[in-house]
Design a protein around this ligand. Sequence first.
Ligand code: DC
Length: 335
Amino acid sequence: MIAIRGATTVEKDCEQQIKYAVGEMMTQIRDKNGLDADKIVCTMFTITSDLKSCNPAKAAREAGFYSSALFCSQEPEILGALQKCIRVMVLAESDKKPVHVYLNGATVLRKDISSIINVAIDGPAGSGKSTVAKMIAKKLDILYLDTGAMYRACALKCKMSGVSVENEPEIKKIIDKIDIKVEYRGGAQSTMLDGEDVSELIRSPEISMLASTVSAYPFVREKMVSLQRQIAKAHSCVLDGRDIGTNVLPDCKFKFFVTASPEVRADRRYKELVIKGFKTSLDDVLKDIVARDNQDETRKSAPLKRAKDAVFVDTSKMTPDEVADLILKSIQEKI
Ligand code: DC
């Protein structure tokens, strides 16, 4: 026996819309799970109190799902719950893994009943992880935490202090006193260094390389990882970085490792830098990316590597939408 979940929403409390939405959801549940109608044992719906014009059990019957027991109850009115929503649990005779169906903006993540969830997305520079992490955070309506920005802020502080990143004792003194905070404005992350928003200043190619170097010091990592864990413990968020799945949140349930060929990654980063007005060449960007990969992968303290239980995604030939869909589907299957 398996339990298959589904949810859908409608725009208006209208009989036709509810009938169509229920028919669509039930048909997808049946087809995606390869079920014959007589294998469905029972179907239980809930409906939000803002929908009154049609009982989903009746809509399911009319859509041809009449051979099983059908039941519907009203969802409690809880602040933050999705509006105009119909949810279903289908019990069916099958030994396959259930494929859950979420349509029309209904998501698996129910703010009204879910606890904190963290999604770890690791990968090298230019793999597309930050673009995709932002898309997923938006879709799930949770925070996005760019952990690379914290190491970049450390690098900026060292640069502003005029201390070489190779000078470990002096860097240690700076990091002991550094004040890095992450704030959110309109859902977007602002990285604060000693009370100033440095979100733009940390994006230069020079800071990219310096961040890779300072991030190798264990005392830098210790401080940043502690901050990252605090944020992840207090908020549902998508974290992107190099060591989230292996070191920051090793018990995280949703782990992904995204990568692409160095040429594709350099091309993406080059285009981004040109748009931001940096003068550089594709060749230089490729050289930087290869040097940074090498430094991030070979450092002793929490190097860049795929966690054994992370889903591997090669984004070389994929659009950001395709990568985000794949990750969201994987989260949905595991939740
Ligand atoms: O993701 P990014 O390019 O902004 O990261 C800048 C550098 O910071 C990267 O080269 C290595 C380091 N980093 C890290 O060591 N661990 C993380 N979780 C994130 C970034």
